[in-house]
Design a protein around this ligand. Structure first.
Ligand SMILES: Cc1ncc(COP(=O)(O)O)c(C=O)c1O
Length: 459
């Protein structure tokens, strides 16, 4: 790899750009990569180095950089309408997108409210839940429940239901306290317990809370199937059926934050499709649907900031009134941006044209098989996979080595043309869906080599 720390763009960026989620001083030793362009699964820097984007640029990119189908759609849209406000106006891309997404839920979640980033969708779902209860006369319902290790974004409301100390602690006094309940993380299995047993145990702990506080609780918010930001904690789908039934029992809204896990990432378009509503096993199986779904990241194919909240007719009707103050008076300037919606429509077209969910099943099987030698490495714990996400925990005995593992792995991976950013000691792969077999093999072989070299250096 050519050294680019002296690149003009790096120097100018370090002076003028405050980079996200970064202790800027670390860039004294950790490289900042000046990206010049992207193509398929690869990013290229200004010195001609290339990097396989094995984490889909923070989990947003589904079909590669500079995807020809999405590019064509965007160029067409650019000549028609770049933006118009969505209050009092509407346009074809936002209507078609809302209809197509609703259809994917069998029209159970038939109303789409738009925003830009994931955190704003979470804010909207929380506010909508709170306000719906208020409009219905349940003014005591003001509290929220989230899971241990949950991550729902960094704005004040979203951070209040986020349980990652690193992101939360500095702002603790600014945040409204949420109830934090046991995570169904399968790694918490006790001797003889299955992942489903852990899920049921976690659901039971939720039920105990709702028994006591249900009349004060507006909603439970969860990341279905995979709690990504805490370190790809995966759980059994039975958790979703259990919490749906419990929330119904105690009249608590259920919010599925599918910002990271939606759009096919876990194997189905919505993660929640992998759960079966309680009591409907067998012939007339029904999916589990929440009261609110938050989507973002992959929905625009990784092109433009777009997020949305889908909800039911019952919630929508709770706001439908002559009285303006009973309406949902929330807005962002770029709500429902036509370019972003058009990118999303082009993304959905690719899902259909390329039968992506079925193709991903085969890709995932192949990758999982190829990763088996790494899974069996003596320093690998809890190798796990769900859809197009693979993760494992590095066993590092020395606390000093553990503290720097992620940054050392990141730097070493870059030298091997891989963009990988472990979370703590969890290494994960979350690549775009368009990897060729050759690229999969390259990714697996080099990930194993990087791991060996970083772990070898630790011992
Ligand atoms: C589950 C989940 N919710 C919300 C967010 C916040 O999204 P954004 O970074 O677009 O605000 C993220 C981001 O990683 C996420 O993983």
């Amino acid at each position: 790899m050519k050294q680019n720390t002296q690149s003009e763009w790096v120097q100018r960026s370090l002076k003028s750009v405050w980079h996200p989620c970064t202790q800027m001083q670390h860039h004294e030793t950790v490289p900042l990569i000046p990206v010049s362009h992207g193509r398929g699964a690869w990013l290229y820097d200004t010195d001609g180095n290339r990097y396989l984007d094995a984490i889909s640029s923070w989990w947003v990119n589904l079909f590669g950089h500079a995807n020809p189908h999405i590019n064509t759609a965007l160029k067409d849209q650019l000549d028609k309408l770049e933006h118009a406000m969505l209050a009092g106006f509407t346009h074809e891309p936002v209507v078609r997108l809302s209809e197509q997404l609703a259809a994917r839920t069998g029209n159970v979640l038939g109303h789409c409210f738009y925003a830009s980033d994931g955190a704003s969708a979470v804010e909207i779902a929380l506010k909508m839940s709170f306000h719906a209860w208020r409009n219905a006369g349940h003014t005591a319902k003001q509290e929220f429940v989230c899971l241990k290790g949950s991550y729902h974004g960094e704005t004040i409301g979203a951070l209040a239901v986020t349980d990652v100390a690193l992101f939360r602690d500095a702002y603790g006094p600014m945040l409204r306290q949420a109830h934090v309940v046991m995570s169904p993380d399968a790694r918490a299995a006790r001797e003889g317990e299955t992942a489903a047993d852990v899920a049921r145990r976690a659901a039971h702990s939720l039920e105990l809370l709702l028994q006591q506080r249900g009349t004060h609780i507006a909603a439970l918010i969860i990341e279905p199937l995979v709690q990504c930001a805490t370190g790809m904690a995966m759980h059994d789908p039975v958790y979703l059926s259990e919490v749906r039934a419990i929330c119904d029992r105690y009249q608590v809204h259920l919010i599925f934050d599918e910002i990271a896990v939606g759009c096919g990432r876990t194997g189905t378009f919505f993660a929640s499709e992998q759960a079966t509503a309680k009591g409907t096993e067998g012939a007339e199986k029904q999916s589990v649907w929440p009261d609110f779904v938050c989507l973002s990241k992959g929905i625009s194919g990784g092109y433009l900031p777009l997020s949305l909240v889908m909800t039911t007719d019952a919630i929508y009707q709770a706001f439908y009134d002559k009285d303006v103050t009973r309406g949902f008076l929330h807005s962002h300037s770029y709500t429902g941006n036509p370019l972003a919606c058009r990118a999303a429509l082009a993304t959905l077209e690719i899902f259909e044209q390329d039968d992506v969910l079925n193709a991903n099943k085969l890709k995932a099987q192949r990758m999982t098989a190829a990763l088996q030698p790494l899974a069996a490495h003596p320093n690998v714990r809890h190798f796990r996979q769900r859809g197009m996400i693979w993760a494992f925990d590095a066993k590092i005995d020395d606390p000093a080595a553990a503290a720097t593992f992620s940054r050392r792995f990141f730097s070493k991976a870059l030298e091997s043309e891989l963009l990988l950013r472990p979370i703590g000691n969890t290494v994960y792969l979350m690549p775009p869906y368009i990897l060729s077999d050759k690229e999969c093999d390259l990714l697996v072989a080099r990930t194993a080599a990087v791991f060996e070299s970083v772990i070898g250096g630790d011992s």
